[in-house]
Design a protein around this ligand. Structure first.
Ligand SMILES: *[C@@H]1O[C@H](CO)[C@@H](O)[C@H](O)[C@H]1NC(C)=O
Length: 248
């Protein structure tokens, strides 16, 4: 199952203040030569080397520590019949991210990153109101979503922008995240004003029908991963000129 998610908003994710461009390239970011036959392998292996440093955060780029990552608020766009708001979310499991593939198409100006995250968990508070599949659902409390064996593919397009004589990658608004999960576990505490019987029934129903439920909660997962991807990529691209990342 693969989904393309649109209409998702992560508010106040992490702000990247681009006060002055260009910093000294940190030693964990190594360029690859586009004319070399192993360009893609090079991107993958250098990406794998850099990933742990990036996930730990780097103030020079304005990238926070992502182990765990905290997100103040996620508005999930689940359509007209359902409202989902997530608050004070902590994201666990990014430290186990495996980079599968990195693709740069410098002619089409496209970037693709394919990763696996064995156990991605979102924990925090939720508010939900509306209908899920066909059942009425309502409540607010603690939430725990676990996305098991996810493969996520981030696709973005870029343009090259000039700034003070240097070229920079500049991601366009056209980015997508597709993903597949093996399984998803959902726990919503305090549904229906704390009615335990109804709440237990609903949680059981959600887990038994996780694939269908994923179309409602999926945006929370894919949007989170997409905005992490976008934020990391733009943070680095805004500070390091193109020609220090991609050699001719
Ligand atoms: C990511 O790459 C894997 C392995 O190459 C592939 O099977 C999968 O379809 C890709 N994932 C997505 C979501 O496109």
């Amino acid at each position: 199952m693969s989904r393309k998610i649109l209409g998702f908003y992560v508010l106040c994710f992490f702000h990247i203040y681009v006060t002055s461009k260009k910093i000294r390239t940190p030693s964990y970011i190594k360029p690859c030569s586009i004319s070399a036959p192993d360009f893609e392998d090079c991107c993958l292996s250098h990406g794998k080397e850099a990933l742990p440093y990036i996930l730990k955060g780097d103030r020079r780029f304005g990238i926070p520590n992502m182990i765990p990552l905290t997100i103040p608020q996620i508005d999930v766009d689940a359509g007209n019949n359902l409202k989902i708001l997530l608050k004070n979310i902590e994201v666990f499991g990014l430290d186990k991210t495996i980079l599968n593939k990195v693709k740069f198409d410098t002619d089409a100006k496209k970037l693709m990153i394919n990763i696996s995250i064995p156990q991605l968990s979102l924990r925090g508070n939720y508010e939900i109101d509306g209908r899920i599949l066909i059942l009425p659902i309502r409540g607010n409390g603690d939430l725990d979503i676990l996305a098991i064996d996810g493969i996520y593919q981030y696709n973005a397009e870029y343009i090259i922008s000039k700034y003070k004589g240097d070229d920079y990658f500049d991601l366009t608004e056209k980015d997508t995240l597709d993903f597949d999960l093996k399984n998803m576990k959902i726990k919503l505490n305090n549904l229906f004003d704390g009615d335990k019987k109804l709440g237990d029934q609903m949680n059981k129903f959600l887990n038994e029908n996780w694939k269908e439920v994923l179309s409602e909660f999926g945006p929370a997962i894919s949007g989170t991963v997409r905005s992490i991807g976008r934020s990391i990529a733009s943070a680095i691209f805004k500070k390091i000129p193109y020609h220090e990342l991609v050699l001719d």
